[in-house]
Design a binder for this molecule. Structure first.
Ligand SMILES: Cc1cc2nc3c(=O)[nH]c(=O)nc-3n(C[C@H](O)[C@H](O)[C@H](O)COP(=O)(O)O)c2cc1C
Length: 181
């Protein structure tokens, strides 16, 4: 499976990082300028070290990359974390960088698009765009912890969130224990 992991400039960089670690060479990476800054600010990872994990890294300004075309046979796009700016652009059909372009391609080609928007509270503008994207077939997956699983650490919460993304990609994992009665 080939998954495009896109990281945009929202808090929660560790979610995209953990997803990359789980997918390994099945992933390719695009990170926006602000995402790169936030990776360094919020985590102990450097963008350069992270770039070794996926099979390929793309420049977000490179709109000539092969994945910018619907002829490229990727299976899914996951934007984690997703800024409200990137989310709103996708909902409006704006493809001004490689992240928003591959999301547009996923929508037009009816491929899986999973968006992990991180913001709180949510304005009517963003709620409306989320609703529209959901109707278009995107999966809107805010990074909300499953408190009922009684997480003991941020790490456990991140694993749960990435596990849910893997569930929607249809990929096996052991990132969280499902709820039992
Ligand atoms: C440290 C930092 C944290 C940010 N966190 C968020 C956030 O959680 N959600 C959000 O929508 N924007 C956040 N922003 C603002 C976005 O980075 C900004 O709107 C940017 O233009 C998004 O562009 P991009 O999606 O192309 O990365 C943050 C910015 C900085 C510098």
């Amino acid at each position: 499976m080939k998954v495009i992991v896109a990281m945009s400039g929202a808090s929660g960089a560790i979610i995209g990082i953990r997803l990359l670690e789980v997918l390994g060479k099945n992933a390719v990476l695009i990170a926006s300028k602000n995402a790169k800054d936030i990776i360094e600010y919020e985590t102990s990872y450097s963008y350069e070290a992270l770039a070794d994990v996926p099979s390929k890294v793309y420049d977000n300004n490179n709109l000539s990359a092969e994945i910018a075309s619907g002829t490229s046979k990727f299976d899914a796009v996951v934007i984690a974390p997703c800024s409200t700016s990137t989310l709103s652009k996708i909902a409006c059909g704006i493809g001004d960088n490689l992240i928003t372009r591959v999301a547009s391609v996923a929508l037009k080609e009816r491929r899986k698009l999973i968006i992990v928007p991180r913001e709180t509270p949510l304005s009517p503008v963003v709620l409306k765009r989320m609703y529209e994207l959901s109707l278009m077939g995107a999966v809107i997956m805010p990074p909300v912890p499953a408190f009922y699983l009684k997480p003991k650490s941020v790490d456990e919460i991140v694993n749960y969130l990435v596990g849910k993304i893997m569930d929607h990609l249809g990929l096996e994992h052991s990132l969280y224990e499902p709820y039992t009665e």
